[in-house]
Design a protein around this ligand. Structure first.
Ligand code: NAP
Length: 244
């Protein structure tokens, strides 16, 4: 794939945080990007301003998985191809198993796993028609090593790893690579409410001594999507050494 090839990538949760960083990185590589948003169309439109012909804001809410086929259709109508998915959108809700409301607990799993699976399923025919298809799923290192107060989120993020590896085995002979990115703590709105005390503890437990930045994680996601051509079923940890 050259830097100028008309490759189309759908990024969920592309309007803010890590997803916005992924959108920017792909635009810089000359890609066509369908930038998924849930409620913040304005932020997705701002990203479009940098490359009006190559960024298409598309509405996709993990809570409304039934729209997945429509979303894929919109991307194909605009760009003609869909070569890659970067399934970044996710939602966090924490609490200990003993105290968290069971319905709220299950909702975290349903959104994070169900919303990803629905979009991957809807995109498979288009991906199979691509010359170099790939899927990257943004999980979390918490799904790998666990975290107190996060049984729901960790369950969902761990399930995404099993999902990705199984889908990789189902589709590898179609040329589709399916990989997982497992970030540690990254400075975004999702971590904005981490208290100063908790942040200090995390930073002291992190080998590199700091939170990750959005561009660092975005580059890792795009690496898996485009450059890691002999990787499938891989889980790339990007956590500054927090989990080692
Ligand atoms: N930040 C971290 O430390 C960290 C660590 C490990 C893993 N992750 C994972 O990385 C991914 C991105 O996290 P982030 O920190 O960038 O989050 P963020 O800054 O809170 O941004 C969330 C993005 O996802 C979209 N979104 C939120 N809920 C959604 C839903 N129900 N359906 C569809 N889109 C939704 C938002 O769209 P709107 O702007 O339209 O609301 C926004 O674009 C998530 O999967 C998260 O679990 C994050």
């Amino acid at each position: 794939m050259t830097e100028t090839a008309a490759r189309t990538v759908l990024v969920t949760g592309g309007s803010r945080g890590i997803g916005a960083g992924i959108t920017r990185e792909l635009v810089a590589r000359g890609r066509q990007v369908a930038c998924g948003y849930r409620g913040n169309r304005e932020a997705a439109e701002k990203l479009r301003a940098d490359a009006p012909d190559r960024v298409l804001p598309v509405h996709y809410d993990l809570a409304d998985a039934a729209t997945a086929t429509t979303v894929v259709g919109t991307v194909l109508e605009q760009f003609g191809t869909l070569d890659a998915l970067i399934l970044n959108a996710g939602t966090w809700n924490g609490g200990k198993l003993s105290t968290m409301d069971p319905l709220a607990w299950w909702r975290v799993v349903e959104l994070n796993l169900g919303g990803v699976a629905a979009l991957a399923r809807a995109a498979l025919p288009a991906l199979r028609a691509s010359g170099d298809p790939s899927i990257v799923i943004v999980s979390s290192v918490i799904g790998v090593i666990g975290h107190a107060g996060d049984t729901a989120y960790a369950s969902a993020k761990a399930a995404l790893i099993g999902f990705a590896r199984s889908l990789a085995k189902e589709t590898g002979r179609d040329g589709l690579r399916v990989n997982v990115l497992a970030p540690g703590f990254v400075d975004t709105d999702m971590t904005a409410e981490v208290s100063a005390k908790a942040r200090d503890g995390i930073e002291r437990a992190t080998v590199l001594g700091r939170f990750g930045t959005v561009p660092e994680i975005a580059r890792a996601a795009v690496f898996l999507s485009e450059d890691a051509t002999y990787c499938t079923g891989s889980v790339l940890t990007a956590d500054g050494g927090w989990s080692i």
